[in-house]
Design a protein around this ligand. Structure first.
Ligand SMILES: Nc1ncnc2c1ncn2[C@@H]1O[C@H](COP(=O)(O)OP(=O)(O)OP(=O)(O)O)[C@@H](O)[C@H]1O
Ligand SMILES: [Mg+2]
Length: 587
């Protein structure tokens, strides 16, 4: 925690340390000033009186200044640390090589709790200083009591059960929070459905408003019930702890009082035990509160570490021991050999015994029903996941032998669930190739290659137009236009070895898609002659698909058929049947 604060803002970290540390020092010094003054009064020494007053007044001023400076510095430090931690989370979340943490519910829970808990990570000095202060206070009290009678030093021991109880309750709270994380996400999801644009139309057409609110309340009530259960249980546990202490306290007073009756101890000792004992009670509560604070912070750090570890392990898992340079051109092609795959955290194979050869320089179309495994196949080619079985080889070299960044640099892609990057148009397209992302000719070239240049005239400031309504002056695009921007992005890299287009044209009309793919296929053939590039297109439109060199029909996670259009029509299997069906339908 201190390290994060230090890295986020050294100057203010040092400032916070000094000011927070000096404040407690000025208080006892003031007492010394008061002593000097009183001495001066008693001995009639005017100089000492003035010195004493000056010390007290000066230190009071210094104390105020320090209070103010400490608060100001800590507030800025807090902002900087939050920024630092957010950026670290961004780096880790976006830097992790795979998609698992975005797609697995348990990992998403972790991410959500990390987001909520990061507030506990940002003010390192207070919990540290306060916990130390509590410990010192208790130590002083124990010393005072021990001087009255050594047995009394045992009084704080009676407080141990309540300490343990607190630790136990914190553990329970953490467990409840983990269990509730998914429901908390559901609450957020329901809130977003009603407050944000994407679901707005369906919410109205289906009259879902009341139903969504009802569900929200239901989930909330569930969460609330779990909270109440937790509160009752924790109250019982805490009560047991405090009762033990109360018994110890009573025993201590009885012990001292009996000795006072015998004359072994003074009445003053009884009074001291009475008040000090009561103080211990308060001091222990404070210590417990500080420990609670600490343990929440520790949990938040734990989650942060988890993300760090997850990202490191994910990175290590895909880093080849003996890396080979990724090829500059494809000679033979990509071969999938008996590839099987189940998403992490599940054991249902989504791909099973997939063997396939994608020849260098070819355009490959993947077709199949919804959920057949097409996108999953594309994800494996992009190495978002590793096959659970079998191998993918590129010109005879296992894909896992390439450094992942190098392989990704050879790819370009347009995806089914494309991103809507709300930047200015130039950047929204240009980030497809960071080397040229501010180059207007490169961006216009990419849009032209993607047959998406017809988006330009609808942008009031051309490529300088801010896209998206989340920002002032931003222009909202139609779904198809957003998709064209995404396609333009996919076309920014001019000579990728593998271009994956996973239904990138689903929002475009059929003739546009068709002419687009013909254009891609033409460009791909040219590129193929140059670097053996492979274009992989996933589509449901058979009229588009037929121009591909190789058509792969995926069904239930397996390759049902593969071949050219003519071969598959001759074979008169699944493809031929679906093709005829669509041809009739589209007339
Ligand atoms: N992140 C995920 N975690 C677990 N299972 C998943 C995940 N993504 C997809 N699946 C499952 O994998 C199977 C194949 O999904 P995939 O997205 O590859 O289908 P698809 O062929 O691309 O379908 P579509 O035509 O609808 O795009 C589906 O049964 C789906 O439920
Ligand atoms: Mg898909």
């Amino acid at each position: 925690m201190l390290r994060a604060s230090w890295r986020a803002d050294r100057l203010r970290s040092a400032g916070a340390l000094v000011t927070t540390g000096l404040i407690p020092v000025t208080r006892p010094l003031r007492a010394i000033g008061l002593g000097v003054f009183v001495d001066g009064v008693i001995s009639g020494d005017h100089r000492r009186m003035v010195t004493g007053v000056a010390i007290v007044a000066g230190l009071t001023g210094v104390n105020r200044m320090l209070d103010w400076a400490s608060l100001t510095i800590r507030m800025r430090l807090r902002e900087h640390t939050i920024l630092f931690l957010d950026q670290k989370v961004m780096e880790l979340a976006a830097g992790a090589p795979g998609l698992e943490h975005h797609e697995r519910p348990d990992l998403q829970d972790h991410m959500e709790l990390l987001r909520i808990d990061r507030g506990y990570l940002v003010n390192p000095f207070m919990p540290i200083a306060w916990t130390l202060a509590s410990v010192i206070q208790i130590a002083v009290t124990v010393l005072v009591l021990a001087r009255l009678h050594p047995v009394l030093a045992l009084l704080p021991v009676a407080g141990v059960p309540s300490l343990l109880a607190t630790i136990r309750v914190e553990g329970m709270r953490e467990k409840v929070r983990r269990q509730e994380a998914e429901r908390t996400r559901l609450l957020l999801h329901l809130l977003e459905l009603t407050t944000e644009a994407p679901a707005g139309k369906e919410v109205r057409v289906f009259g879902l408003a009341d139903e969504l609110v009802r569900r929200h309340r239901e989930v909330f009530d569930d969460v609330e019930r779990a909270q109440v259960r937790f509160n009752v249980r924790s109250a019982l546990i805490m009560a047991t702890g405090w009762t033990t202490f109360a018994l110890g306290y009573m025993a201590a007073i009885a012990f001292v009082a009996l000795r006072a009756v015998d004359g072994a101890l003074s009445v003053g000792a009884v009074v001291i035990t009475f008040s000090m004992g009561a103080q211990i009670n308060g001091q222990l509560s404070e210590l417990v509160a500080n420990i609670t604070w600490f343990s929440r912070t520790a949990n938040a750090i734990g989650r942060f570490r988890w993300l760090q570890k997850y990202a490191d392990e994910a990175e290590a898992a895909v880093t080849p021991r003996d890396p080979r340079p990724a090829p500059e051109r494809l000679r033979d092609g990509i071969t999938l050999d008996d590839v099987g795959f189940a998403y992490p955290g599940t054991d249902v194979p989504v791909l099973d015994h997939v063997s396939l050869r994608l020849p260098a320089g070819s355009t490959v179309a993947i077709v199949g029903e919804n959920g057949a495994g097409k996108t999953t196949l594309v994800k494996l080619l992009c190495r978002f996941y590793e096959p659970t079985h079998g191998t993918i080889e590129v010109d005879g070299t296992d894909l896992r032998c390439f450094a992942i960044d190098e392989w990704r640099a050879r790819l370009a892609g347009g995806f089914q669930d494309f991103a809507r990057l709300q930047f200015v148009a130039l950047e929204s397209v240009g980030v497809g190739d960071l080397r040229h992302f501010e180059s207007e000719p490169a961006v216009v070239g990419a849009l032209t290659r993607a047959a998406a240049d017809d988006v330009l005239p609808s942008l009031p400031d051309g490529l300088a137009t801010q896209l998206g309504r989340d920002f002032d002056g931003g222009v909202e695009l139609s779904v198809g236009q957003w998709q064209k921007v995404a396609l333009g992005r996919a076309m920014m890299r001019e000579a990728p070895l593998v271009l994956v287009l996973d239904e990138p044209t689903a929002s475009l009309d059929a003739p546009t898609e068709h002419s687009l793919f013909e254009r891609f296929a033409g460009a791909a053939r040219e590129a193929a002659a140059h670097n053996g590039a492979i274009t992989v297109l996933v589509s449901h439109r058979f009229s588009t698909v037929r121009v591909a060199d190789l058509i792969v029909v995926v069904a239930g996670g397996r390759v049902a058929e593969a071949g050219s259009h003519d071969q598959l029509m001759d074979a008169d299997g699944m493809y031929a049947e679906l093709y005829r069906l669509q041809a009739r339908g589209y007339g």
